[in-house]
Structure formats: structure tokens, C-alpha cells
Design a protein around this ligand. Structure first.
Ligand code: PGA
Length: 256
């Protein structure tokens, strides 16, 4: 079922105490301001996940996500975290293929296909990111890049597995730059992605897939971005680190 979703990607920010404080503030604000009909997700760094799950164990509206997982089941991969470990502590989602991981940690679509598969096997919902660089957009390659990322990363899934995946379109040039995609640019790409899914899996799967926008989305531009038919919510970086800003974005999604 297509859902309204707002997810906060904390990246490598917040020590434990600040993270706990942020989660408590989000819980308080979302309780007092009656948030309905929006799935809220927070993705703190690995080391805070256990605590986040504990703080949110009685909260039905806010789920916990990791920002990555390893592509293998277990074994001699020093410093890595497996999907099974995440699942075993109550994590429900995992962000995969974020452009920072693609760029700084050499994650390819092929590796990401393995990560998606192992996440699903361990009952984690993948939030699969795709997005083009400015150079790729300027050279007119943006649709091809997104097609390739989605084809290679996701299109080997069965229909029932594909239905579990959330997609996030995050143009690299908009991430952390303060320059968000124009609402019509976001809509154009989101509808392109939906068409691609419809071609691969049929209309009902395409219509049911939640496609989030990410890249300098904040409380001032969220409403106009979310007003687009194919934009189902947001993956929020910087603005998810302040409870008030994050909750305003959630409210912008709710009011559509
Ligand atoms: P930003 O990051 O909101 O800070 O631009 C979005 C993301 O990287 O998910």
C-alpha cells in the first residue's frame, strides 16, 4: 500500500545523549500535536539503534531504521553490521544506496542488490536511494542513471519482495546544499520512476510503491514538494536533526 512517509537520516551526527534528547523531543511533539496517517522513521547511527528501539518500543507511529547493512550473512568482515543483527534488536528499516555510500564507500548497484536481498530476508524494509549528480543531469543522463540504479539494484526482486521496498529519489546536487529540486523536477522524476516500476511489475505495484524525495527538504519547502502527485514523502537529512523542524515536515506531509 502506498504510504505517506517522512524519514530522518541523521548520518554521522549526534552523540548518545543528544540523540536520546532528540528522540524524546520528537516523541513529545508528535504525541501532543496529533500526527495521523504518516509513517515516521528515524535513522540514527548504528551505535544508537538499540537505545532508539528501546525509547520507541511503545510508540506505534515512529519506526527505527539503520543507515546501512553489510551484504553478507555473517563472518570475517571486521567493523561491519549484518541485517540479521539489526533485525535482532528490533530495527525495522534500512537505508541502502545513499549517494554518500555510493560515492565515499564505492557501493555499486550490484552490491546494493545483495544488500537489498539480505535486508528483505531478515525482514528489514529497504529504503533504496537513487539519484544523479549535477554533471549527469546537465549532460541529460539523469533518467538513464536512475533507470540503471533501480533496474540493477531492485528489479531482480520477486513482486512480493518489491512491494516491501520504499524508494527515495535524492538528486546528489540537492543533498546538503540548500538547493532543493524544484517541485516540478521532483514530480517529473518521481513519475518517471513510477512508470519504470509499472513497466517492470505492473500498474498495481507501481501505484502502491512509496517514493520519497530527499535533498535539502525542510519545513519551508516540504509542503510544495509533497503536494506533487508522485511525491509520497521525504528522506530528510539536516532538517531531521532538529525536532521542531522535523515535526513541521511531518505535519506538511500529513496535511496534503
Ligand atoms: P539533506 O540530506 O536533507 O541534508 O539534504 C538528505 C539525505 O541525504 O538523505
Amino acid at each position: 500500500m502506498r504510504k505517506k512517509i517522512v524519514a530522518g537520516n541523521w548520518k554521522m551526527n549526534k552523540n548518545l545523549n543528544d540523540g536520546i534528547q532528540l528522540i524524546k523531543e520528537i516523541i513529545d511533539l508528535t504525541n501532543s500535536e496529533v500526527i495521523e496517517d504518516v509513517e515516521i522513521i528515524i535513522a540514527p547511527p548504528f551505535i544508537h539503534l538499540n537505545k532508539a528501539v528501546e525509547l520507541l518500543k511503545n510508540n506505534k507511529s515512529i519506526g527505527v531504521s539503520a543507515q546501512n547493512c553489510n551484504q553478507f550473512e555473517s563472518g570475517a568482515y571486521t567493523g561491519e553490521i549484518s541485517a540479521q543483527m539489526l533485525s535482532s534488536i528490533g530495527v525495522k528499516y534500512v537505508i541502502l544506496g545513499h549517494s554518500e555510500r555510493r560515492a565515499y564507500f564505492n557501493e555499486t548497484n550490484e552490491t546494493l542488490a545483495l544488500k537489498v536481498a539480505i535486508a528483505l530476508k531478515n525482514n528489514l524494509i529497504p529504503i533504496y536511494c537513487c539519484g544523479e549528480t549535477l554533471k549527469q543531469r546537465e549532460s541529460g543522463m539523469h533518467f538513464n542513471i536512475i533507470d540503471e540504479q533501480i533496474n540493477d539494484g531492485l528489479f531482480n526482486l520477486t513482486e512480493s519482495d518489491f512491494r516491501k521496498v520504499i524508494i527515495a529519489y535524492e538528486p546528489v546536487w540537492a543533498i546538503g546544499t540548500g538547493v532543493n529540486a524544484k517541485p516540478e523536477e521532483a514530480q517529473e522524476m518521481h513519475s518517471h520512476i513510477r512508470e519504470l516500476i509499472i513497466k517492470g511489475y505492473g500498474k498495481s505495484v507501481g501505484d502502491d510503491t512509496s517514493i520519497l524525495y530527499g535533498g535539502s527538504c525542510n519545513h519551508s519547502n516540504a509542503a510544495v514538494l509533497f503536494a506533487n502527485h508522485d511525491v509520497d514523502g521525504g528522506l530528510i537529512g539536516g532538517a531531521s536533526l532538529k525536532s521542531r523542524d522535523f515535526v513541521e515536515i511531518i505535519k506538511a506531509r500529513m496535511n496534503k
